[in-house]
Design a protein around this ligand. Structure first.
Ligand SMILES: [Ca+2]
Length: 418
């Protein structure tokens, strides 16, 4: 089992760079082409309209940010007089804030948790994911409520253990990785689901964090918020209309602060234990407005939803591990370090070119932008010495699980022509 996990991690973390199939055989030897145990909407090839037929990435989709090239063009560039060397880029740290529902409903078992409480399975999978993230990733953590809710409306501290929030820091610095693992182990399940306050605490912690690169939040919940912002009304209950303000907060974080939010719905999100309400519509909307919709023909009113929906997966723990690996792959995939040049060579920041090989079609050259807030092409951040894909180009690259990249050094960067 350990070996299988290791193979899965490699498959996902490096899947962007090596065109491997992520199909797995399950323990019965039955082919499981989407690698999820069935149910979750996690694409293994680029399929924009969700019809099961691949839609290879085209240069035109990048607007002016890329041009189509051929393998012959790339061979010529590789042997050109100015070319020094090429390398697969090193994925660099973005940051990921884990906002994790540890309400008492997470103590329940689900049909697909093999007799374990949902919380135990969730905590163990998160620890596994944190252990496997690259050391350059910054990670923050907030379990909620993780305290006995005071019953008093007021600040977020009345219903969220704000003091236990871990501000995002680089995992490999100052023992931060262990701090996050210890923080996960210390989370206690308690009554109430103050989703809005918890989300806002994470956004506020991000404002104060010293991190570079794209910021992400992962909201993991089994569904219904039972308090509204300000820990209102004090007594927890599955109220109606508590969801839209959370969607609005997630939308605002994406639009105003460029914090993207992944949403993961645990078993139970299809039917609240008291109200029977299906929560998946709002989790799906939250993923869309949070900038992380799974696409693939998803909808907000039925399967497949646009968030990571783990309700119908055969085995919750396995699907959660795989989903966290998928998220890790997306978190790390748009900032790249330059690597170490060969002996005697050095990087000139004016002489970097980026090529991609999408699944099932010809290579594409991504063009350089001079705008740090660019949406198309790539940008060189001199302060961090990183190549960063601009926002829309990043989303396109992330839409193709089979894609690999290569940086070529020595020839003048090909710019975006406007
Ligand atoms: Ca298709």
């Amino acid at each position: 089992m350990a070996r299988r996990c290791a193979a899965l991690v490699a498959c996902t973390l490096f899947g962007l760079f090596v065109p491997v199939s992520c199909a797995e055989e399950d323990d019965n030897g039955i082919d499981d082409p989407d690698g999820t145990g069935g149910g979750a909407n996690i694409p293994q090839f680029r399929d924009v309209d969700g019809d099961g037929v691949p839609d290879p990435l085209q240069a035109e989709e990048f607007g002016g940010g890329a041009v189509a090239v051929t393998d012959a063009d790339i061979d010529a560039a590789r042997t050109g007089a100015c070319t020094g060397w090429s390398a697969e880029p090193e994925p660099m740290g973005s940051s990921l804030f884990l906002v994790v529902d540890a309400s008492s409903s997470m103590d329940a078992e689900a049909a697909n948790t093999n007799g374990r409480p949902k919380w135990d399975a969730t905590r163990d999978a998160l620890i596994d994911a944190v252990q496997n993230l690259p050391g350059t990733t910054a990670v923050g953590l907030l379990g909620y409520p993780n305290r006995v809710v005071s019953g008093n409306p007021g600040g977020s501290e009345e219903c969220v253990n704000v003091a236990a929030a871990i501000t995002p820091e680089i995992l490999d610095v100052n023992g931060h990785r262990q701090r996050v693992v210890d923080g996960l182990n210390a989370i206690q399940t308690e009554t109430c689901t103050p989703t809005h306050d918890a989300y806002n605490v994470a956004v506020e912690a991000y404002r104060n964090a010293n991190v570079v690169g794209q910021k992400y939040i992962l909201l993991m919940t089994d569904g219904t918020p039972t308090l509204t912002l300000g820990c209102e009304p004090g007594q927890c209950a599955a109220g109606s209309g508590y969801e839209q303000p959370v969607i609005d907060a997630i939308t605002s974080a994406n639009q105003d602060l460029d914090i993207k939010t992944f949403v993961l719905g645990s078993p139970g999100s299809e039917q609240h234990m008291d109200t029977g309400l299906d929560n998946r519509w709002w989790l799906s909307e939250a993923a869309e407005f949070g900038g992380t919709s799974l696409g693939n023909g998803c909808t907000h009113d039925r399967v497949p939803y646009c968030h990571f929906d783990l309700v119908e997966v055969a085995d919750f723990s396995t699907a959660l591990e795989q989903t966290l690996e998928t998220i890790a792959g997306r978190v790390i995939s748009c900032d790249y370090g330059l690597g170490t040049p060969p002996a005697g060579q050095e990087v000139s920041s004016d002489a970097i070119n980026l090529f991609i090989w999408p699944g099932g079609t010809d290579p594409i050259q991504i063009l350089r932008s001079q705008d740090p807030d660019c949406t198309q092409g790539w940008y060189f951040d001199a302060a961090t010495e990183r190549v960063r894909l601009c926002s829309e180009s990043c989303s396109l690259v992330q839409s193709d699980p089979e894609l690999r990249l290569e940086l070529m050094f020595g020839c003048a960067s090909a710019p975006i022509i406007r």
